[in-house]
Design a protein around this ligand. Sequence first.
Ligand code: SF4
Length: 68
Amino acid sequence: MKKPKVDAKKCVACGNCEAICPEVFIIKDEDNVSHVITDDLFGLEGCIEAAVENCPEDAITYEEEGGE
Ligand code: SF4
């Protein structure tokens, strides 16, 4: 299954991913970077891909994870 990840070193907290796909991405106050907040990604592929495309820092990856 593909899973999104945010590279905290690249994220500049612009808010695009949260605006596009708030079911998956939230910028947390404690570290001011975007986090993936759910493993329940059913039906969210389109908005995750839109978030990836609209991240100005290319901080989001969305790739297959091994070990299912
Ligand atoms: S779109 Fe990219 S840089 Fe902007 S908050 Fe999301 S992960 Fe961070």
